[in-house]
Structure formats: C-alpha cells, structure tokens
Design a protein around this ligand. Structure first.
Ligand SMILES: [Zn+2]
Ligand SMILES: [Zn+2]
Length: 135
C-alpha cells in the first residue's frame, strides 16, 4: 500500500485483468483517483501544431497568428491540458524541487510522446537574439 504523491492519501490499487492472471503488479500507482482526475488528458481532437484541445482538428488561432508572423516551422506535442492541477504540479516539482514528483508522469511521457525532428527556437534576451537548433 502506498500513498498519493500529491495529497498523501492512501492509494487503493484496482487490479487489472492482466494483474489478476499473472499475479504481478503491472502499473505502479503514484496518484490517488481523485488527484489523477484533476489532470485532463488531451483528446483526439486538437490543434495538429500545438496540441491545444479544441472541438476540431484544424490549426488553432494562436498557431495561425504565429505563422502569419513568419514562424512556420514549429510543432509542440502535449499529453495534458495546462490547468490549475498542472500549474500546482509544476510549481511543486520545478519551483520547490519536489523531485519525487517526476514519477507521476514518467511512464506516460515515455510511452505517449513520439519523437519528432523539428526546429526549436530559443528566445533569449527579449527577442534580441534568436537561436535555432534541429534535432
Ligand atoms: Zn491524491
Ligand atoms: Zn495550435
């Protein structure tokens, strides 16, 4: 039995059929169901360029705006919408260095993100210099 990394409540693990038949725990739980429900996974309909959740799979107004300014070669991939729960998570993880929180999305981020070759723009010193790199 372990506790939720965010609220410290006890986590009750629900067995999957695979776990029942193999007798092995397949997935480690790091969040309780209540905390897990606070994070909203992006559904299939989203902006193809930035993954913003919307009701159609066409490019969103922000991406059109940036492309109108001449930024054509950008792409962003996301798994979750940025909401208050995600804001609080990153505040604890990055600002306060709660390093154990890396475990919360570790498995999901390695299985859901697909590698992509693209150009990244690194803006430094208030847009005075613009560096690009391609991976
Ligand atoms: Zn919790
Ligand atoms: Zn977009």
């Amino acid at each position: 039995m372990n506790n939720c990394l965010l609220c410290r409540d006890e986590i009750v693990h629900e067995l999957t059929p695979q776990e029942i038949f193999t007798g092995k725990k397949i997935k480690q739980d790091f969040l309780c169901l209540r905390c897990e429900a606070e994070f909203h996974q992006i559904k299939t309909l989203h902006c193809p360029t930035c993954f913003r959740q919307q009701d159609k799979s066409k490019q969103c107004p922000d991406c059109k705006y940036w492309q109108a300014l001449g930024y054509h070669n950008f792409k962003h991939q996301a798994i979750f919408s940025y909401n208050l729960a995600m804001h609080d998570y990153f505040k604890r993880y990055k600002r306060y260095g709660d390093y154990v929180l890396r475990l919360v999305f570790q498995t999901l981020s390695t299985t859901s993100i697909t590698p992509m070759a693209t150009t990244f723009y690194l803006c430094t010193n208030a847009e005075k210099s613009l560096a690009t790199t391609t991976i």
